[in-house]
Every structure is written in structure tokens, then in C-alpha cells.
Design a protein around this ligand. Sequence first.
Ligand SMILES: [Zn+2]
Length: 138
Amino acid sequence: MALTPEIEQVLSLIDQAIERKYLRVEHIRRLAGSEEKYRMIIREVDRVKAQLLYARSDNAAATLTVREWFTILDHFSWKCAYCGEKPFQVMSHVIIRSEGGTTAENCVPACHSCISKPNKKVLLPVIKTPLPDQPEQP
Ligand SMILES: [Zn+2]
């Protein structure tokens, strides 16, 4: 999915809703505009939320936003950050989650075969954070 300004706006609104603990599935469905985008977005929202919870339970940093995660996926062309070939399947923590936390600097997409390899290297530099602010919706 291409990261258009419209999609970025939707992702920012989702992040705001998560922060206020006011995220409703119907809200995302309405913002997404199409069933296909909704399915794509909700899958990643659930992934990010789960990883934030795990990081918090590890007492590690838990700052990754949905918009940051989509920016990271776009940065790696939705492919594995280690082999650069296979489509992304799972979120990988560059430094183990209990130490590095679930943050934009520490999370990359990976394929199932790379995630279990020792001494794996990320092919591209991670994105710079924080991301510039999104304009408020009129
Ligand atoms: Zn891979």
C-alpha cells in the first residue's frame, strides 16, 4: 500500500485515538474508506498494539506509533529488512525487545526465515524519528 498523504493522515488520527484510548474499529473502518485499506490498516494496528504491550510488560521503551510503523514498512518496500527479497511477514526488533523496546528505531519488517537467523543485518538505515507533524484535519 502506497503511503499517500491521505493514508498518513488516517494513520495520525488512529495514533491520536490510541493515545486517548479511544480507538474504535468502526472509526478505523470509516477513516480507511475501503475494505481493502481497512483490513491492511487493522492488521498493522493490532500488530503495533500487541508489540507495545509486550514491550511495556518487559519494562522496555514502547513508543512506536502506527504511522511510524507504516513509514518503516514503506521504507523497506514492505519487504524483509534483512534479505530485502521476501515479503514482510513479522515485526522484528533489531535489539531484543526487552532491551531495545518497541520503538521506530528498533523495529523492522522481517520474513519468517530471516527472523530466526543469528547475526542478521538490516540492509537499510532505519528511519529518522520523530516524524514531522501531520496537519490537523479541517
Ligand atoms: Zn528475510
